[in-house]
Design a protein around this ligand. Structure first.
Ligand code: FES
Length: 159
């Protein structure tokens, strides 16, 4: 028996280098995969948020009496998850629209000095029929139906 053989015998059996490196590869591979998933998943969820269930409001009862809305005024109300605007024209007619500007979704407001609806974000103007008359809004506001009751005002989507 040579000197090398005797030394190897004292150290015990040689470990299989292939199985050790394979184990390390698997360990590192799953660790890297787990890290990538831990980073990519939340980033992906942030970039593509889940669809929020739209509050399916087809009508809303406002706790306002018709007399609470004087001529040439407007009030924001909640229509489902989005704002609406209730307008009493200078002539006394009650109208309601989506208050979401058709340009970049800012909330519009009523300007009694102009007697029409205005968007402060980029100076968009809408007439009392909801038509876009000036500024960047590309299309009219969505108009709702309005029903006046003695004790309330009911706003609903047009059918
Ligand atoms: S968001 Fe209304 S004018 Fe731009």
């Amino acid at each position: 028996m040579s000197e090398h053989e005797r030394v190897d015998e004292e150290r015990g059996p040689k470990p299989d280098p292939m199985s050790r490196s394979r184990f390390l590869n698997i360990l590192l591979g799953t660790g890297a995969g787990g890290l990538a998933a831990a980073v990519i998943y939340p980033v992906g969820r942030y970039i593509v948020p889940p669809e929020a269930p739209e509050a399916a409001a087809n009508s809303v009862v406002l706790s306002l009496k018709p007399a609470d809305v004087p001529p040439n005024t407007g009030q924001i109300f909640k229509f489902g998850a989005k704002p609406g605007i209730l307008v009493r024209t200078p002539g006394g007619e009650l109208r309601a629209f989506s208050a979401v500007c058709t340009h970049l979704d800012c909330t519009v407001q009523y300007r009694d000095d102009l007697s029409h609806i205005w968007c402060a974000c980029h100076n968009g103007h809408f007439d009392l029929s909801g038509r876009n008359i000036a500024g960047p809004p590309p299309s009219p506001l969505v108009q709702f139906d309005v029903f006046e009751r003695e004790d309330a005002i009911v706003v609903s989507r047009k059918s």
